[in-house]
Design a protein around this ligand. Structure first.
Ligand SMILES: Nc1ncnc2c1ncn2[C@@H]1O[C@H](COP(=O)(O)OP(=O)(O)O)[C@@H](O)[C@H]1O
Ligand SMILES: [Mg+2]
Length: 363
């Protein structure tokens, strides 16, 4: 292929957005693109991922299959991602051949918890105390330094939904946890938070920035169960969340939707937990409760459009439908709420099968 395709203005309706990854986030991105008359081409290493059902074109290929990636890049006007663990080489290869957003640097920063926390802390934003752990001895020392309130040992890379994490209450515990994880890790001091919130923000190619209202997030078994808006936080915390999300987005020269997971402390402070360089489960409520959803904002940003109006017209509660809860689909469909089923096959325990959003008048 010759030269890299650049985006010089907004892509017109009919243009094709490539999406790497075929899960429910890719599926909802494709549906939002379709609303704007834009086409999507999904690339996944799975045979029948749920996003394939709603896309205009699909490629099944390994993420390191250079020939398949080259054909994919040639077929798309711009490429984006729906998951952050895109291999570096894949992102670099694509970036050399086609316009890409968010920038690959956002992937490499968020893929490694030590790099991520160091990057955020350098911006002057509060994070949990943390230390890099490369040996059982490191784990012991780190616990002695930052474990006064307990700690969590996490693998630096590839953790999600609480996987690759062990709570530890002593230096010996921390050393054992390192032997169990058997991977480069990070020890984080335990944050005694009041509740969790997230900032779901969008940044456009023209630098336009928008923040959705902040949801309060409740987890069950380390998986997001419920997001509630409004979150019941102070105006000062809302301003803080906006400043945090904006400074991260600007530092990364970000284009697209970005989520920042945060702890809200008992004394009304925000501590950043992690960033997700993509649309986020805690932003699903925006489909029903905002004129323009997180999925549409992402598509707009990636396609070089100006951002839409993401203001919220209703209060909302979004609940995930996880594993066998999916069997209750008929009862859920009878509720006066926005039901989303992702068209996945087997309802394995812990698998996100759908979500449902209830609205009430804006408080
Ligand atoms: N340092 C910490 N202190 C207290 N709770 C934590 C800490 N880190 C993570 N948790 C809890 O574990 C959950 C999952 O951790 P997170 O780092 O977000 O990993 P994942 O990639 O699995 O989402 C968080 O949402 C929070 O509830
Ligand atoms: Mg998380």
């Amino acid at each position: 292929m010759t030269g890299r395709k650049e985006i010089t203005g907004p892509l017109p309706p009919g243009a094709t957005i490539g999406i790497l990854g075929g899960g429910q986030l890719g599926r909802m991105l494709a549906m939002a693109a379709a609303r704007l008359g834009l086409k999507t081409h999904i690339y996944s290493d799975e045979a029948a991922p749920c996003a394939f059902q709603v896309a205009d074109a699909r490629t099944q290929g390994a993420y390191d299959d250079v020939r398949a990636l080259e054909k994919f890049a040639a077929a798309c006007d711009v490429v984006t991602f729906e998951f952050e663990n895109v291999p570096d080489a894949t992102a670099e290869y694509l970036a050399a051949h086609v316009a890409i957003a968010p920038p690959p640097r956002a992937l490499s920063v968020s893929q490694d918890r030590v790099i991520e926390k160091s990057f955020i802390a350098k911006l002057g934003i509060a994070v949990a105390p943390f230390e890099n752990v490369e040996s059982a001895d490191d784990a012991r020392k780190a616990f002695a330094n930052i474990g006064a309130k307990g700690a969590i040992l996490k693998t630096r890379r590839l953790g999600y939904d609480g996987k690759g994490q062990i709570k530890v209450t002593s230096a010996d515990d921390a050393a054992r946890a390192f032997e169990t994880l058997a991977a480069p890790s990070i020890l984080e001091g335990f944050v005694d938070f009041a509740f969790e919130v997230s900032a779901v923000a969008a940044r456009a190619r023209d630098g336009g920035f928008a923040l959705f209202d902040i949801p309060r997030n409740a987890h069950e078994n380390h998986i997001l169960k419920r997001s509630t808006v409004p979150a019941g936080i102070t105006q000062a915390m809302t301003e803080d969340a906006k400043r945090i999300a904006r400074s991260i987005a600007e530092a990364l020269e970000y284009v697209g939707v970005l989520a920042v997971e945060m702890f809200a402390t008992h004394d009304h402070k925000l501590i950043v937990n992690e960033i997700a360089p993509r649309v986020h489960n805690s932003g699903h409520w925006t489909i029903e409760a905002c004129i323009v959803s997180q999925f549409e904002q992402h598509i707009r940003a990636v396609a070089g459009w100006t951002l839409g109006d993401g203001s919220r017209h209703s209060d909302a509660v979004m609940e995930n439908i996880i594993g066998p809860e999916h069997d209750e689909w008929a009862a859920l469909a009878a509720k006066p709420a926005g039901l989303h089923l992702y068209g996945k096959g087997e309802a394995r325990a812990g698998r996100k099968m759908g979500h449902i959003t209830s609205l009430s008048p804006k408080s």
